[in-house]
Write a protein that binds this ligand. Structure first.
Ligand code: PHE
Length: 441
């Protein structure tokens, strides 16, 4: 500070934040011997504020003398002067910083946990309570003023940066659009959706179950006796045994979802359950993971006739032909009695050009598409349903082959090779959900 300035302005002017805080700190320290012990009267408080912040006090005293302010006004003037001094200084300081990171450093330096402004508050504990009520708010106001200055400068810098970017990034509206790649729904997922729509129309809800199952849901509850060869029929993938010797497994069919549905709800039950299933199989027509849809109806009077008409209807809708003729062949499943496999009439068009393609709903050939039957009383009982009162039908169909049939794919293997060209060709637009009335495919 030059000598000529100091004659005009006897009050020390602090031009940087550090010396200002140091000044405030030393003022407080100077006052401490009094402030530790003396209970302060109102007049003293004004005096106290003045002694703490001498320069602001002097300014305020002039104002007070001129305007004949009372004690309250006097004190307020002192504090307002101080606040003004602080915020002007903090604003100027923030303006001198030119990056967001510098602002952040300043924030930590002054109002961070060990920041200098924060450290001022350590004096508060040493001041008698009536003095604290004067000094405390001043410290808080100073901190708030500092935060305001930093935040304001930060938004200023951010806005400036944004403007620079907006200036630089000009859109050329004459360029042709760049195409965003759009995914496609796998035919298996499409068939799930189609069948869900068809069965929803007949009042079926969709049920789900876990891919990793336990022996109870996959076998025992479904009336597979322990050690029965039917368990081997399924070529099960087992997990490592747990400590208690039990082994989880990858479900070999969607039938465990029947069990979950029956255990978790009361009849009447009408659900379908689409899902992935797993068996140790790997050749041209079998993959170790494939897809099934399970169907289950439990009620007081359901019978095999309902099963047959329900499935026949569903398939003529699915293949979008007026009728599908079907044939039920006796079969064995532990969880249904009687059990059947269902075939639908088709034309394999063998010998004709384009041979190998299958037409559904006409011709002299039969195509096996699912297993079904009336739910075995043991299964109902295992799921807590009284077989004397209720009966039900169930079916399980292989979805992968249905999709092949409907959409003319003759090889199962590319299904799961994640070949984007294949999915581009055979996939479905994801936003066109199938509905019975609006069209399936
Ligand atoms: N779960 C049987 C299978 O995977 C199919 C089936 C389901 C049969 C429901 C009858 C009833 O082969």
């Amino acid at each position: 500070m030059s000598a000529s300035q100091s004659t005009q302005d006897p009050v020390p002017i602090h031009t940087d934040v550090k010396s200002w805080i140091a000044y405030v700190g030393s003022s407080v320290q100077r006052y401490l011997p009094d402030a530790k012990t003396v209970e302060i009267s109102f007049a003293h408080k004004t005096e106290l504020a003045g002694r703490l912040f001498e320069d602001a006090y002097k300014e305020a005293k002039v104002a007070a003398d001129e305007q004949k302010l009372d004690g309250f006004g006097h004190l307020n003037e002192v504090l307002r002067g101080l606040a003004k001094r602080s915020s002007t200084l903090f604003e100027a300081y923030a303006q001198s910083l030119h990056s967001v990171s510098a602002l952040e450093e300043a924030r930590v330096e002054f109002i961070g946990k060990k920041g200098e402004l924060n450290l001022l508050t350590r004096y508060l504990g040493q001041i008698v309570p009536s003095g604290r009520t004067v000094v405390g708010p001043v410290f808080n106001d100073m901190k708030a003023a500092f935060t305001t200055a930093i935040d304001r400068r930060r938004s200023e810098l951010e806005l400036a940066a944004l403007n620079v970017r907006l200036e630089a990034e000009r859109e050329d509206l004459t360029l042709p659009p760049r195409f965003e790649p759009v995914g496609a729904l796998h035919p298996v997922m499409q068939v799930f959706e189609e069948l869900a729509a068809i069965f929803a129309d007949m009042g079926f809800a969709v049920a789900e179950g876990p891919d990793i199952e336990d022996d109870f849901h996959n076998f025992t509850a479904l009336n597979f006796p322990p050690g029965h060869p039917a368990r081997e029929m399924h070529d099960t993938f087992f997990m490592k045994p747990a400590a208690d010797g039990t082994r989880k497994l990858l479900r070999t069919h969607t039938s465990p979802i029947q069990v979950r549905a029956m255990v978790n709800s009361k009849p009447p039950i009408r659900v379908i359950a689409p899902g992935r299933v797993y068996r140790k199989d790997w050749d041209a027509t079998h993959t170790p993971m494939f897809h099934q849809i399970e169907g289950l109806v439990v009620d007081e009077t359901v019978h095999m006739g309902h099963l047959k008409s329900c499935l026949t209807d569903a398939f003529s809708r699915f293949f979008e032909v007026p009728t599908t003729e079907s044939r039920f062949r006796p079969h064995f499943f532990p969880f249904t009695e009687p059990s059947a496999e269902m075939d639908i009439r088709c034309d394999r068009q063998s010998g004709k050009e384009g041979g190998g393609e299958i037409k559904v709903g006409e011709g002299n050939d039969w195509l096996e598409i699912l297993g079904c039957g009336m739910v075995h009383p043991n299964v109902l009982r295992a799921c807590g349903i009284d077989p004397e009162k209720y009966q039900g039908f169930a079916f399980g169909l292989g979805v992968d082959r249905l999709a092949m049939l409907k959409y003319g794919m003759n090889d199962l293997r590319p299904y799961f090779e994640a070949d984007t060209e294949w999915i581009k060709h055979y996939g479905f637009k994801p936003w066109l959900l199938p509905t019975v009335t609006g069209g399936l495919s």
